[in-house]
Ligand binder design. Structure first.
Ligand code: ADP
Ligand code: MG
Length: 478
């Protein structure tokens, strides 16, 4: 078998590479496979109909020139297009298109295979000349309350927030393209990406911003296949200036949707349009994603949102209350922030339950009410007791101010409280001895180990001490 087509195509590629931006080369030419060379006709295989149209639309002159240079004045190019057959049983198949006669062959049977409406020939619309398309008004789907003003800044979100802010000042023109924000649920991804979109609209009212949940995108794509208007679907997305896709992990394992998204992504990126994505995992841990798509996610910035620290949690609660014009005793806010640590949405949920309870039963919002509510609330969810919470409970139990745990004091009662906090942290959290030490007065792991032994010994030898430990343990597990 002759490999002549490979040599010829390699020489073509060398020329092409020198004539277009590297990114475009990688996107549109690297995936091409030369399959045949017969009588001056080079056949190249391209991954999809869309790919073929794109090449014809954007690179036809370059391609023609290069082919003629390599194969002489009668040299020609043909495409073998891998067709995406929409029924899942049948395998992809290929259709051959000549290049230069493309427009003349538009309505001829050669393009029939992509037509799902049997018997009708379909005029493939030219994707890039659709009259009036630009005039379509896109509703951004943004939620006004998810603004930057309402997004409390903390160490947990500083990088993602400032990257988002930079993007909203200069969409598509920063190094953060795409911006991928990832975290566990309930930590503010959706809020932050809405804030970016809203701020872009403030700064650039003429720009088209679109927020879309990835599962919606998937459904829209499925509908477009069913209705045979995939091109319109693609065009719609390709005219967006700032595309925000929430929960991108939902396209994992959906190859066809990934393929389409890949093309939309490339188009937007090449035209300096902004992409903002969120996912529940860092890119490296996303399973079921095509490598070429994953590699694109890494072009920009991947920034995570972490669990907010206590101060930030309190600030978030205060912000929410202030915004809604509600007053609440500080100790209740503090208690809430102490008790629910790993999920902001849950913390807000508990706050709402407390408010609802107090309104319904016309009870004042007291610490007692908050405790009852949170106990109910937290029991339904899997709560991980935090070191912060343990310290709070231990200090409350002995009537000590919280700060003393982290102080240098060697007073007996405080040393004891500190040791108990360490002991319970070891018992109830997954934190390492070193981490526990760090959070309990900046001690090392050996001190924590010593504390745990001391507490165990005392429990066995000192009756009163044993009661302390049992009572605190009950409070922790309330
Ligand atoms: P995710 O998309 O990560 O699951 P969301 O964006 O839906 O999380 O956030 C959950 C809730 O927490 C929302 O009501 C959001 O407004 C709130 N929230 C999260 N982070 C912050 C923050 N930094 N400041 C204020 N509210 C926040
Ligand atoms: Mg979300």
């Amino acid at each position: 078998m002759t490999k002549k087509q490979i040599e010829v195509w390699d020489r073509c590629l060398k020329v092409i590479r020198d004539n277009i931006p590297y990114q475009s080369y990688k996107t549109w030419f690297e995936p091409i496979v030369p399959v045949k060379l017969e009588e001056n006709v080079l056949t190249i295989q391209v991954p999809s109909q869309f790919f073929y149209e794109w090449l014809e639309e954007h690179y036809i002159n370059l391609l023609k020139k290069t082919i003629k240079k390599e194969l002489g004045i009668h040299g020609r190019l043909e495409y073998s297009v891998i067709m995406d057959s929409s029924s899942s049983e049948s395998r992809p198949y290929s259709v051959n298109y000549p290049t230069t006669e493309r427009r003349a062959t538009r309505n001829k049977p050669v393009i029939m295979p992509i037509d799902l409406n049997k018997g009708k020939t379909r005029d493939i619309p030219n994707p890039f000349i659709i009259p009036g398309l630009k005039k379509i008004k896109v509703e951004s789907q943004l939620v006004d309350s998810y603004s930057f003003d309402n997004f409390v800044e903390g160490d947990c979100n500083r990088l993602a927030r400032s990257a988002g802010w930079a993007i909203s000042e200069n969409p598509g023109k920063t190094a953060f393209n795409p911006l991928l924000v990832y975290s566990n649920v309930g930590l503010g991804k959706t809020h932050l990406v809405h804030a970016i979109g809203l701020q872009v609209k403030n700064n650039y009212p003429e720009k088209t911003v679109l927020y879309v949940k990835t599962n919606e995108f998937v459904n829209q794509y499925i509908d477009s296949v069913r209705n045979n208007n995939q091109n319109d679907f693609i065009h719609f997305y390709q005219m967006i200036d700032v595309l925000i896709m929430d929960d991108i992990q939902f396209i994992a394992g959906k190859e066809k949707t990934q393929d389409i998204f890949f093309h939309i992504f490339n188009h937007l990126h090449q035209n300096n349009k902004q992409l903002v994505l969120t996912s529940d995992k860092p890119p490296v841990e996303l399973k079921g994603m095509e490598p070429r798509l994953l590699s694109r996610f890494k072009w920009g910035l991947a920034a995570d949102l972490q669990v907010p620290d206590l101060e930030t949690r309190i600030a978030i609660l205060k912000n929410k209350l202030y915004k809604d014009g509600i007053e609440m005793p500080y100790e209740v806010i503090e208690y809430l922030a102490y008790s629910i640590t790993t999920n902001i949405r849950e913390m807000e949920g508990a706050l709402i339950s407390i408010l609802a309870q107090s309104t319904l039963n016309k009870k004042a919002i007291t610490l007692e009410l908050a405790k009852q509510m949170i106990d109910k609330f937290v029991k339904n969810t899997t709560r991980e007791i935090s070191i912060d919470f343990i310290q709070k409970v231990v200090c409350d139990y002995f009537g000590l101010p919280l700060e003393t745990i982290n102080s240098k004091t060697r007073k007996r009662e405080i040393v004891q409280a500190r040791q108990l906090a360490m002991f319970f942290s070891k018992k109830h959290t997954k934190s390492s001895l070193a981490t526990i030490g760090l959070h309990c007065g900046n001690k090392d792991h050996a001190t924590v180990l010593h504390a745990c032994r001391t507490v165990n010994n005392l429990v066995e030898t000192d009756k009163r001490f044993r009661v302390y430990v049992e009572e605190i343990d009950k409070k922790l597990k309330l």
